[in-house]
Write a protein that binds this ligand. Structure first.
Ligand SMILES: Cc1cc2nc3c(=O)[nH]c(=O)nc-3n(C[C@H](O)[C@H](O)[C@H](O)COP(=O)(O)OP(=O)(O)OC[C@H]3O[C@@H](n4cnc5c(N)ncnc54)[C@H](O)[C@@H]3O)c2cc1C
Length: 341
């Protein structure tokens, strides 16, 4: 699976590229906006470089684990609580922020984008690979087509690179035909099998054995952190309350909604500096049920601290244990559905 026309890395330096992108590096002399490269002097209107909302705002102290507003209703409950601030939770929170719902997003880690999202490859797939009939097959192409406009709004550096699935020889080319057919079934447009000089022009660094490739001009790449952070920031700007360092321990159904129990933790040095009691709960750290793909991962090491599989399940390297955290508070959070008007 090859993404042609990418920013040059050491292996690809000096290569001349063609297509939607030309090998520029996001942030160096310009930026990718809506999938396409814009030079710095064209960015002014897109980025509010002068006269922007933050131009004259001095840096302020970190608000620590909370946005500066509460989105709670008068009785302290919320319409919706989103648990987990990865790209999915943040996107859901942002969509909800377009409504009048009161929304809280809570995250176990010390920041957004500390779970699977931060480790992903950043490919915005076109949808030709997904099993027909699956949810992914139904949604991937539609979602793919939303990215240029989403990036025009949020500026996370979406690059419309296109993608090539490369075959070496007749046997592998059969698979390209299968993908082409599957793509058509899934409603993916603009797919084509390319060969020879056209293929080499698209990606001059291909293996000599490459004979053909499935080209999708609609696949792209993004920077997962930029994407996740942009979604969460925009949700918060539009009224979603965000609490980080909250591990959800339990969810119970109530007569009119849910009650969520969460452990609020803070880094130990900060807690000690605040002279807060920590003895009773000092050894606690959260995790979700056993099993699942994380169990295949070895214990990771960050600095001098080991990060266990449990840490990776909840909060990744920003987890409570990796951050030497202690629970400072047990919170109860309620959602309540208002009766139909
Ligand atoms: C190596 C790799 C490469 C990938 N490459 C791609 C790709 O190129 N393109 C693509 O489309 N997809 C890719 N994926 C898949 C993609 O990364 C995931 O589908 C996506 O990140 C899932 O987002 P999420 O928000 O559901 O999960 P996450 O980002 O994991 O977010 C879940 C959040 O919930 C929090 N949480 C968990 N338990 C609790 C709790 N009890 N209380 C509070 N918070 C909690 C976690 O701390 C975490 O922050 C890749 C995945 C991997 C692992």
């Amino acid at each position: 699976y090859v993404l042609p026309h990418r920013a040059p890395c050491s292996r690809m330096g000096g290569v001349s590229m063609s297509g939607a992108t030309q090998g520029e590096v996001h942030g160096e002399g310009g930026a990718y906006v809506g999938g396409y490269w814009k030079k710095l002097d064209e960015c002014e209107e897109n980025f509010n470089i002068q006269g922007g909302s933050n131009e004259n705002v001095p840096p302020t102290a970190c608000p620590r684990s909370t946005t500066r507003h509460s989105a709670a209703k008068a009785d302290g409950s919320y319409d919706v609580v989103v648990i987990g601030a990865g790209c999915i939770g943040a996107a859901v929170a942002r969509e909800l922020s377009k409504t009048t719902a009161s929304v809280l997003m809570i995250e176990a880690a010390d920041d957004v984008c500390q779970g699977a999202t931060k480790g992903n490859s950043g490919i915005v797939h076109a949808g030709f690979d997904d099993k027909p009939g699956s949810t992914r097959a139904k949604l991937c192409w539609k979602g793919n087509q939303m990215f240029p406009a989403l990036d025009e709004d949020l500026h996370f550096g979406y690059q419309l690179t296109g993608s090539l699935v490369v075959a070496r020889g007749a046997e592998e080319e059969k698979h390209l035909e299968e993908l082409l057919e599957r793509g058509a079934t899934n409603g993916v447009e603009n797919l084509r099998i390319v060969r020879g000089a056209e293929l080499r022009k698209m990606e001059p660094n291909l293996d000599e054995a490459a004979t053909a490739a499935l080209h999708s001009p609609d696949a792209g790449t993004l920077i997962p952190y930029e994407y996740n952070i942009a979604l969460a920031e925009n949700a918060a700007d539009n009224g979603v309350e965000v609490r980080i360092r909250r591990i959800v321990d339990a969810i119970e159904k109530t007569t009119d909604g849910f009650e969520i129990s969460a452990s609020h933790w803070e880094p130990k040095p900060w807690v000690e500096s605040k002279a807060m009691a920590s003895d009773a709960l000092g050894n606690y750290y959260g995790g979700v049920g056993e099993g699942g793909p994380w169990d295949k991962f070895p214990v990771l090491v960050k600095g001098k601290q080991e990060i266990s599989i449990d840490d990776m399940k909840v909060g990744g390297s920003g987890s409570m244990r990796a951050m030497d955290g202690v629970v400072v508070e047990k919170e109860k959070i309620r959602t309540r559905l208002d009766p139909e008007p």
